[in-house]
Design a protein around this ligand. Structure first.
Ligand SMILES: *[C@@H]1O[C@H](CO)[C@@H](O)[C@H](O)[C@H]1NC(C)=O
Ligand SMILES: *[C@@H]1O[C@H](CO)[C@@H](O)[C@H](O)[C@H]1NC(C)=O
Length: 632
């Protein structure tokens, strides 16, 4: 148990700090504060949070702006100002603004301060706030790039862990009917001093609490007060107070993220991850050994028979040698899918390399999504090239149409889905909707850069032309005998999807939690390993199934290979349903639509990527197979 945990806990930060020592990424250089210098506190959108307990469920998927007028939080003088953010960070819902908190390095240590007093919070807004408290919403603050975290104790294991964000209020018993709003924040800022009068922020913890009673007398943070319960029928008055405590820390700036990366979900069992990886690798080796042995036996048998004049009987896959390279149905659609899948594959591979090099840690907000978007855009050429070559090899002739569809179909589909989901977000009053300017920028990125690159790729692809096939196609198609049940397309798809899915499903839990429950994801080493195993398993299993269907004299393998490869997407969809049932209890219709919208996109990507891996691997194997036999 300790091994892998320690590996992740140390390898990632070490890698990070190596990179950080060599050169600082833009925006990642340490800020040295002098005593009394202002330390800015930025506020991000409010997000629903998974409470730390085991059976906690996520209750919503909608983010709200901190300065949503219904919350009535204290605003800075001159109104809130939006902070610049990266593309990925905007897409993933960050909306960062400045705040009126007056924090100065090492000053006002332990002083109780009033931020502001909000009068006349109407009953309906109080109800809005109470509903958000019931949905476990969390405040997300940033100080010097570090998220404010709440220290929590896992009820099951007793482990202390840092959870990014802290509760808006408290609706645990006995406040379930009448939730208490947290209007006092104890902010603990840990600082490290590398040299005299140079201070760096290395940790931010916030203990929120609720202070009811009279909201306008003298302030006293120590005093035991009843919780602040907002009335949903009468106007309320809320006084927000805070207290900053400066704690010296030994943690150097380069490793300040370690505390945050120590968030472990209790149900994560690294052991089972390793276990499933080992099983799958073992399976892969076994499958490829079976395949290699039986194919080489077949080949030697065929070649031996050809030598002896009297037996002229063919069987199994050799029978269909005049059919395997026959143009499948809908070569256009298939080549477009493969082209787009190849583009996504390249994106995933390069993103994982970046992630392994430590560039995409949570400390670079939104960098993961940004890198993915940029990679996808610039790999348009790969998509166009592969699509047009596959199309030509399958005997397609309408090259222009192929190039056009390859370049536009996926961006248009994604765009349409995101646009629809945006409508739901807007209707729910969420801040998570992608702003118009960002939408426009993405359109320019996709249709202005990716599509032309894809056209250029198509041009080179059609210049290189079709891949030569080792055997000729017979003029008259053969009859296909009935195939066994387990080789029928859907059975094969579902059966073959189990293995790649089995290799990934432990990791999937993390990925879904980080997508939907705003948990930080950082175990990129494991993710890369899992992705590699999934690719390997998909390729092997698809080749195996194609070999079986060719042996059953069913030669229409092109589409089947793509489907069989993409089989894991159907399991992913099923897992998504399971996750929805077991880990989410979404109150609103909008949240449910959002969840299934994103889940559908995720499955679509998985289908394209694994389908392409399966198809290309099978193409390679079928060519190898049929070039190894002698045909008269
Ligand atoms: C601030 O106060 C806390 C205790 O209240 C103390 O431990 C800490 O050292 C103080 N920090 C500074 C910089 O004085
Ligand atoms: C800060 O220092 C105080 C007093 O020494 C201590 O009680 C508290 O736990 C410290 N907080 C953090 C976050 O280290």
């Amino acid at each position: 148990m300790a091994g892998p945990r320690t590996f992740v806990a140390y390898a990632v930060p070490i890698l990070l700090s190596l990179c950080a020592d060599a050169f600082y990424l833009p925006g990642a250089a340490p800020h040295n504060y002098r005593q009394g210098e202002k330390v800015d506190l930025f506020v991000n959108a409010l997000t629903p949070m998974l409470a730390g307990t085991d059976d906690a469920k996520l209750k919503s998927l909608i983010n709200y702006d901190y300065y949503n007028p219904k919350f009535h939080f204290c605003e800075p003088e001159g109104g809130p100002k939006k902070q610049p953010e990266s593309l990925g960070s905007i897409l993933f819902g960050d909306r960062i603004f400045n705040s009126p908190y007056d924090i100065r390095m090492l000053e006002n240590n332990g002083t109780c301060q009033t931020l502001c007093t909000v009068r006349d919070v109407p009953g309906e807004d109080a109800k809005f706030i109470n509903d958000r408290i019931r949905e476990d919403y969390a405040l997300n603050w940033l100080i010097d790039g570090l998220p404010a975290a709440e220290m929590k104790v896992d009820l099951r294991t007793g482990d202390v862990f840092y959870d990014m964000g802290f509760n808006l209020g408290n609706d645990d018993e006995p406040y379930h009917e009448t939730p208490a709003l947290n209007n006092h924040y104890d902010i603990y800022i840990r600082y490290h001093s590398p040299s005299p009068d140079n201070y760096r922020v290395v940790g931010v913890l916030v203990w929120p609490s609720s202070h009811g009673g009279p909201q306008d007398g003298p302030v006293n943070c120590e005093e035991e007060a009843p919780p602040l319960i907002l009335s949903e029928t009468a106007p309320n008055m809320i006084r927000y107070t805070y207290r900053v405590t400066w704690n010296e820390s030994d943690t150097p700036w380069a490793t300040r993220w370690d505390n945050y990366l120590h968030i472990f979900d209790p149900r994560i069992h690294w052991f089972s991850l390793i276990n499933s990886l080992v099983i799958v690798v073992f399976l892969c080796i076994m499958v490829s050994m079976i395949l290699l042995r039986s194919v080489s036996r077949d080949i030697s048998r065929y070649n031996a028979i050809d030598l002896s004049e009297d037996v002229q009987e063919d069987w199994g896959w050799k029978l269909v040698h005049g059919e395997v390279f026959r143009t499948p149905r809908y070569p256009m659609a298939l080549s477009v899918l493969v082209g787009n899948g190849a583009q996504l594959c390249a994106m995933v591979a390069v993103t994982l390399v970046f992630a392994l090099l430590g560039f995409l840690s949570p400390s670079n907000r939104g960098s993961l999504a940004t890198v993915m978007m940029v990679c996808w855009t610039f790999f348009g050429g790969i998509g166009g090239y592969i699509s047009s070559r596959v199309y030509a090899s399958m005997g397609g002739t309408d090259k222009r149409k192929n190039s056009f569809i390859t370049a536009t179909i996926l961006p248009t589909t994604i765009f349409a889905i995101i646009f629809l989901l945006n409508l739901f977000l807007l209707a729910a009053g969420s801040s998570g909707a992608v702003p118009f300017g960002t939408m426009l920028f993405i359109v320019i990125l996709w249709f202005g850069i990716s599509a032309p690159l894809s056209a250029i790729g198509s041009y080179f692809g059609s210049k290189h032309g079709a891949i030569q096939h080792p055997v000729r196609v017979n003029p008259i198609p053969r009859q296909i005998p009935p195939t066994p049940k387990y080789l029928r397309p859907w059975a094969a798809t579902l059966l073959s999807g189990i293995l790649p899915f089995g290799a990934a499903f432990v990791e999937l839990y993390f990925v879904l939690s980080s997508l939907f429950a705003s948990r930080a994801y950082y175990a990129f080493g494991f993710l890369a390993l899992t992705a590699f195993v999934v690719a390997l398993t998909t390729a092997t299993v698809t080749i195996l199934f194609t070999y079986f269907i060719l042996c059953a004299e069913e030669y229409r393998w092109h589409w089947r290979a793509f489907l069989t490869g993409g089989g894991s997407a159907f399991w992913l969809l099923a897992y998504g349903f399971f996750y929805w049932l077991s880990r989410l209890s979404l109150d609103s219709f909008s949240s449910t639509v959002l969840y299934f919208g994103y889940l559908f996109l995720l499955c679509l990507f998985d289908f394209l990527i694994t389908g392409t891996i399966g198809f290309l691997a099978t193409y390679w194997a079928v060519r190898r197979l049929y070039s190894s036999i002698r045909i008269d």
